[in-house]
Design a protein around this ligand. Structure first.
Ligand SMILES: [Mn+2]
Length: 316
């Protein structure tokens, strides 16, 4: 049984390891990368990724002049620090040795086997990292500040799902480092959208199926990649809740997004997809407004079940 520890304890436990690896989930986002970067600046060690990093993380890593290690043999390190990771599926079956964890997702299946962990339902892992380092008396470099703020911005959907704490943490980081908020936005928006991504967004819209429940709109679609961005696009152009499927080997991967009004009505996607994952022998989870699911099954049947579940909530 993993040990739930305070920030203080986590900090002092981690200092006992000489050679930690800060491991990010599959397709690492700025919340994972930013968190790993800030911790490595303080504790030394290595930043590890499972397969690749997302578009914005690639820009961030370039700015930070940091190259993470890929396909890594974890036995070379005395501890693995899992960041922003809530399911085994996000690790592509990599063999974990001794590990600890910091995460913020609605559900987390990796706590039991962790040696120690901080698990808090904040809006980003970066906020937890800020508190951990701030309480230990560390100051933040400009690079650490940019890395953590980038994580907060992307995980809160540019502050759409922000809490007072995510605002406060961002404000403290800006104050402590002298960074201008606009600098971080410029860095994030300098990421080019490549042509295959733009085509995927258009195909998602073309293929969308629309279900209307009163004044609510649920949309489903499918693309070969970029399904997270695709679900966000469907919400941006009018859906209240969107599910977009992709085929990943023999599996179906679903990304979902929900508008704040739908969340307030009770659509909590992280829990819903976690439940569906358990029911069908796959894995799912995430946040109320942004979640994922991966399982074996028939794409349209899974999408229909997603729609049915949301319909039931919206019809109440
Ligand atoms: Mn996160």
């Amino acid at each position: 049984m993993g040990k739930n520890v305070s920030h203080d304890e986590f900090y002092s436990l981690l200092t006992e390891f000489k050679n930690p690896i800060f491991l990010c989930h599959r397709n690492a986002d700025p919340d994972a990368i930013g968190s790993a970067y800030a911790l490595r600046e303080v504790f030394g060690g290595t930043i590890g990724i499972i397969d690749s990093v997302d578009r914005i993380s690639a820009t961030l890593l370039n700015y930070l002049e940091t190259q993470p290690i890929r396909h890594t043999d974890l036995s070379k390190y005395d501890i693995t620090v899992l960041l922003d990771t809530s399911t085994h599926a996000q690790l592509d079956g990599i063999k974990l040795g001794r590990y600890c964890l910091i995460d913020h997702h609605t559900t987390n299946n990796l706590l039991n086997n962790a040696e120690f962990y901080i698990y808090q339902p904040t809006s980003s892992t970066a906020e937890i990292i800020y508190t951990l380092l701030h309480e230990a008396g560390h100051s933040f470099s400009v690079e650490m500040g940019i890395a953590l703020i980038a994580g907060i911005i992307t995980d809160t959907g540019h502050f759409k799902h922000a809490t007072p704490d995510s605002m406060r943490t961002t404000a403290s980081l800006l104050e402590e480092t002298g960074i201008q908020y606009g600098e971080v936005l410029d860095l994030l928006s300098s990421t080019p959208h490549d042509v295959s991504m733009r085509i995927a967004m258009m195909k998602t819209a073309m293929r969308a199926r629309i279900v209307r429940v009163g004044d609510w709109i649920i949309a489903t679609s499918h693309v070969s990649s970029f399904n997270g961005a695709a679900a966000a696009t469907l919400v941006n152009i009018g859906a209240d809740v969107a599910f977009v499927a992709s085929a990943v080997g023999d599996n179906v991967r679903i990304s979902s997004r929900a508008r704040r009004t739908a969340i307030e009505k009770g659509v909590t996607l992280g829990r819903m997809l976690d439940e569906m994952g358990r029911k069908h022998g796959g894995t799912g989870g995430g946040h109320d407004g942004a979640a994922g699911l991966e399982l074996k099954g028939v794409r349209d049947e899974i999408l229909s079940e997603c729609v049915e579940r949301v319909k039931q909530i919206l019809e109440e």
